[in-house]
Design a protein around this ligand. Structure first.
Ligand code: HMG
Ligand code: MG
Length: 288
């Protein structure tokens, strides 16, 4: 039997949060519904953040209300604070995610708080989620470098990952937010983090600005990581990481993993349909 690798789909969140034009809720719902036919166990499709900060994610409640939920799929939402958590809970999110940073500059730009202050703000969110058995994922951004502070020390990534894991996040997603990571830098970082968080609880979240995301996946596979975030159609970026390109494209990652002999459990034809839809949304917004 082949080794299994899970792809955690982030297109409707990390992808669409960065589109310059407003995407109608109906299109977002259709995109999530197309992804629900692919066979993912988890799809991140909402973000309950301030619409002043990320207007593209306004209407996340309507997206969660509009989708047709497929059995066995968990629909996830970003929740930076208790306001976001309450809204996510009311909208029926199946899991939530808090998002910290390994670098001060990005943390301040992204959530208006330093690294430790942001983590302190996540504590009540994690506690509230756990009290109702809602799984909480933890992101660490800028695991290789930061648009404001330059290269990131792997020890800083390990420190934040350790804190989020100890607070109760069931999985820590390691974000190469800028997408400039190389396999060597990713390997140094993963080696540091897996000293403090079991490797089975880590995920790789690699943006593909430098075209090395699949190489970075390979470096992570060789160190034991078996979960990777990806966005259908390679959508995305981060509004607070200028110049960053989208996540590694789900269809490219799935094909790559299958070639290497890893089972993803995904329906590749259905995935191609969803990726084509992502591309059409991008073109409709004038970016294709
Ligand atoms: P703040 O300005 O410090 O917060 O922002 P505040 O409490 O002073 O509130 C400011 C305004 O936002 C107030 O409204 C609040 O009510 C409202 P006003 O009184 O001015 O009318 N507000 C909210 N509205 C809706 N939902 C909420 C909420 N909270 C406050 N939950 C805050 C702090 C965290 C809110 C802000 O900085 C924010 O929303 N940041 C989100 C940034 C973001 O979403 N970034 C992209 C996601 S992270 C990412 O992409 C990286 C990742 O993919 C991994 C990787 O690639 O590295 C995960
Ligand atoms: Mg990201």
């Amino acid at each position: 039997m082949s080794d299994a690798v899970e792809i955690y789909e982030v297109g409707p969140r990390d992808g669409l949060q960065n589109e310059q034009h407003e995407i109608p809720v109906a299109d977002k719902v259709a995109f999530v519904d197309a992804l629900s036919r692919v066979g993912f166990g988890r799809i991140e499709c909402a973000s309950f953040v301030s619409p002043k900060w990320v207007p593209q994610m306004a209407g996340s409640d309507a997206v969660l209300a509009g989708i047709t939920r497929a059995p066995g799929v968990r629909y996830a939402a970003l929740t930076p604070n208790m306001r976001g958590f309450s809204d996510a809970q009311a909208a029926g999110a199946d899991e939530v995610a808090v998002f910290g940073s390994a670098s001060e500059g990005f943390s301040r730009a992204n959530v208006n708080a330093g690294v430790d202050e942001a983590i302190d703000r996540f504590a009540p969110v994690i506690e509230a989620a756990r009290s109702i058995d809602l799984p909480v994922r933890g992101y660490v951004s800028c695991v290789v470098d930061c648009p404001y502070d330059g290269p990131t020390d792997p020890a800083a990534v390990a420190r934040v990952a350790d804190r989020l894991f100890a607070m109760g996040c069931y999985e820590i997603s390691l974000g190469d937010t800028l997408g400039h990571g190389t396999p060597d830098a990713i390997a140094r970082m993963v080696l540091a983090v897996r000293e403090v968080v079991p490797v089975g609880r880590l995920a790789g979240h690699y943006h593909d600005t430098g075209g090395r995301a699949l190489d970075n996946v390979d470096a992570s596979l060789s160190l034991g990581i078996r979960v990777f975030d990806a966005a259908a159609g390679g959508l995305g970026g981060c509004p607070y990481a200028p110049g960053a390109a989208g996540n590694v494209a789900t269809e490219a990652l799935a094909a790559h993993l299958e070639r290497l002999g890893y089972a993803t459990g995904l329906d590749l034809a259905a995935l191609n349909d969803a990726a084509a839809m992502a591309q059409r949304m991008r073109s409709a917004a004038g970016q294709g």
